[in-house]
Design a protein around this ligand. Structure first.
Ligand code: AMP
Ligand code: MG
Length: 394
């Protein structure tokens, strides 16, 4: 049976070209992947400016009294240097000329004669010098980068208002299973709430992927075929099928994909939970047949679908994190590699993973606390240090 590492290598080689790019507004940029490095077109700050509210004098102005000659506000062009013995009132952010000195308001005193008394000498460090943050042409944000509020703010400060980003991967998700009902509905005897649809919808939001279609299609072979045909007409990059990926009477995923021209690359992976995983390809569409049990779904998404999304977006997947197994925690050896739901915590400079209890792959109680998956190699007990894959941004 194919191992997890082999599947990851296969996905990497199938998706060795990232998607094309598009230019978008900053308001749409959250979680999008920047594909062109952001360089500053000017020195930052672009001019010398005051970091204080106070007075601008000549740099060599001695202690004593000076005449206030004008007021200068942020947003006005740089003023001329005042003559010796005089001062300009400045506010934080005001442009200041070369050879200027600044004195904080708190270090001055108005005199009865209407002059300003300077009680300390001008301090050059109160000027934020042009280019002291970065120089024209410097790269401030490398590509690829996932855009976050901080980096989007930086782009705005550089005037990069239409960044070039990976286009959104186009996703279709069809949930099979005649037993499924909407979570808002009360299941009748034998029915169960469809959890995989919301799982997929919410997971996709952090990848800035476009969910073109999502629907429940039951277990009828013809209905599944028709739904797949319609979905393929929308040219998805990734097709996700929940359930029907095993070898039961209703498990039509593999044969229908084949009938529609897909090449089946994989039918099973040596992983727990999540063994019946289908990987198939047709043209530029990669299809995943994910095992229906929601915990298997969760694991297979994080291990494999996430990997495909990262590759499409042009991102290099980070290596798994290294963590210590919480002392006292035990996970017995299993012939299959296991990705065990766990709670990862940072303590004293290292990460500690606490495995969470789960009875079987339909047991979702552990998901309330799961923030990572812990790799337990095939045929071995869990030991420290262990590899973990965060399931929320860490
Ligand atoms: P399957 O992979 O279709 O054999 O499904 C395996 C198990 O997962 C069955 O017990 C299904 O009822 C359950 N299952 C399938 N799809 C979902 C879903 N969307 N939400 C919750 N459970 C599901
Ligand atoms: Mg089923």
């Amino acid at each position: 049976m194919t191992t997890v590492d082999q599947v990851l290598v296969q996905i990497d080689s199938l998706l060795n070209q990232p998607l094309e790019t598009e230019s978008i507004s900053l308001d749409q940029a959250l979680h999008r992947v920047l594909r062109e490095p952001a360089r500053t077109a000017e020195d930052q700050p672009p001019f010398d400016r005051s970091s204080i509210d106070g007075y601008l004098v000549r740099a060599e102005e001695p202690l004593g009294k000076v005449q206030l000659i004008s007021t200068h506000s942020p947003g006005q062009p740089v003023p001329s240097l005042p003559p010796a013995g005089s001062a300009i009132r400045v506010l934080t952010g005001s442009a200041v000329p070369t050879h200027a000195g600044l004195i904080m308001q708190e270090d001055t005193r108005p005199t009865e004669s209407g002059l300003i008394e300077l009680r300390i000498k001008p301090d050059p460090t109160l000027i934020r010098l042009r280019g002291s943050h970065s120089k024209k042409g410097d790269t401030l944000l490398p590509a690829p980068s996932v855009l976050q509020p901080g980096s989007i703010t930086l782009l705005a400060s550089l005037g990069i208002t239409q960044p070039e980003v990976s286009r959104m991967p186009r996703i279709v998700h069809l949930a099979t299973g005649v037993e499924l009902v909407d979570p808002a509905q009360k299941p009748a005897g034998g029915q169960i709430r469809d959890c995989n649809s919301i799982l997929i919808r919410t997971l996709l939001t952090s990848f800035s992927a476009a969910l073109l279609t999502q629907k429940r299609v039951g277990d009828d072979r013809l209905t599944l075929t028709q739904a797949l045909q319609q979905s393929l007409a929308t040219h998805p990059d990734i097709l996700l099928l929940s359930g029907a990926s095993s070898f039961g009477d209703h498990d039509h995923a593999s044969s229908v994909l084949e009938e529609l021209g897909f090449t089946i690359l994989l039918r099973q992976v040596a992983v727990r939970p999540g063994k019946p995983l289908i990987l198939a390809q047709k043209g530029k569409t990669l299809a995943f047949g994910l095992p229906g049990n929601p915990l298997s779904h969760f694991v297979c998404f994080h291990l494999f679908v996430r990997r495909a999304l990262l590759r499409l977006l042009g991102l290099t997947p980070s290596p798994f994190l290294s963590a210590n197994l919480n002392p006292g925690a035990t996970i017995k050896a299993n012939p299959r590699e296991t990705w065990w739901p766990c709670h990862l915590q940072s303590s004293q400079g290292s990460l500690t993973a606490q495995p969470l209890p789960w009875k079987d792959s339909s047991d979702l109680s552990c998901l309330a606390n799961t923030n990572a998956l812990l790799r337990v190699p095939a045929g071995q007990e869990a030991r420290s240090p262990c590899e973990v894959l965060p399931t929320i941004p860490w």
